[in-house]
Design a protein around this ligand. Structure first.
Ligand code: GUN
Length: 284
């Protein structure tokens, strides 16, 4: 079997075109969705991510602001900026790029963002709503994965999904979204014994471990669906956590890196920001 490749990049382009039309309609009614992204420090990868977020939001016609602050920014300064943005009606979504410098207490920052502007879906209110099956802002990468599965017509109900990785950004929320859609979910992580034993049983494997080449054809069963969330640089080249060439020969569906899950993350951020603007104006 040779797997069908699910290109998130193409789906992202399609969805962003639809969003552009929606933003045009909203603007005709005096509503311009606004996203503010905050970056602390000069990490090149983070800078490239936030520039991508800003560019994408401008392209769909949203108001987009990137606030770049020095590494030395204090906890109090950042909290004061968030408070200002919480009270600014033009700002519908606030995103603080993670990771933050060591001297900043990340959880306090996440909790300072008003839940109605939490387009990352990281605030405990958003997390709690997700866990109790309510509508909320879903974290962008997990949400992007769900949309990719849906568009590829892969029904997750009753399927055994093995998630590798248990981060608050990806592993935990994607497992919860899948559970909410009636999948049977197993979480594996760095302390899991006999990873292969688990992954071999999976109908769908979601790999978010941050380890290049972790998953090979030996890890999966015939016709499994394999979603690669890894972002690794090997010899200057972007690569996922999955050995694409070998797994492609055995899986039924596979996502590539690049052009796979990555572009969907930004797309769902735009989606969440538009949703925040519509909610604020009582349109949903
Ligand atoms: N760092 C890596 N991914 C993300 C994300 O989706 N949101 C934020 N805020 N920071 C990140």
């Amino acid at each position: 079997m040779t797997a069908t490749v699910i290109y998130g990049k193409d789906l992202a382009a399609e969805l962003r075109n639809e969003m552009k039309e929606e933003v045009t309609r909203l603007k005709e009614n005096g509503i311009t969705p606004g996203l503010t992204v905050i970056l602390i420090g000069e990490d090149p990868a983070s800078l490239s991510y936030v520039r991508g977020k800003q560019k994408a939001s401008e392209k769909v016609g949203m108001e987009s602001d990137l606030i770049e602050l020095p590494e030395s920014t204090s906890q109090a300064e950042l909290l004061s900026l968030i408070s200002e943005l919480n009270n600014d009606d033009k700002v519908n979504g606030i995103l603080v790029q993670l990771p933050l410098p060591d001297h900043i207490e990340e959880q306090e920052i996440i909790e300072a963002i008003e839940p109605s502007k939490d387009v990352d879906g990281f605030h405990p209110v958003s997390v709690g709503r997700l866990m109790t099956g309510q509508d909320t802002f879903f974290p962008c990468t997990p949400y992007g994965i769900m949309v990719m599965l849906e568009k590829a017509k892969i029904d997750v109900a009753g399927k055994h999904v093995v998630v590798i990785g248990r981060s608050n950004l990806v592993g935990k929320p994607v497992g919860q979204l899948l559970l909410n859609e009636n999948a049977t979910v197993t979480y594996c992580h760095s302390k899991t014994r006999e990873l292969v034993y688990h992954t071999k049983q999976a109908d769908i494997v979601i790999v978010a471990a941050g380890k290049a080449g972790l998953i090979t054809d030996e890890h999966i069963k015939e016709e499994a669906v394999v979603i690669d969330v890894g972002v690794n640089r090997v010899d200057g080249k972007l690569t996922g956590d999955v050995d694409f060439d070998s797994v492609k020969q055995k899986a039924s569906y596979i996502t590539p890196v690049p052009k796979g899950v990555g572009p969907m993350t930004i797309t769902m951020l735009l989606y969440n920001t538009i949703k925040a603007a519509k909610k604020t104006h009582g349109l949903i």
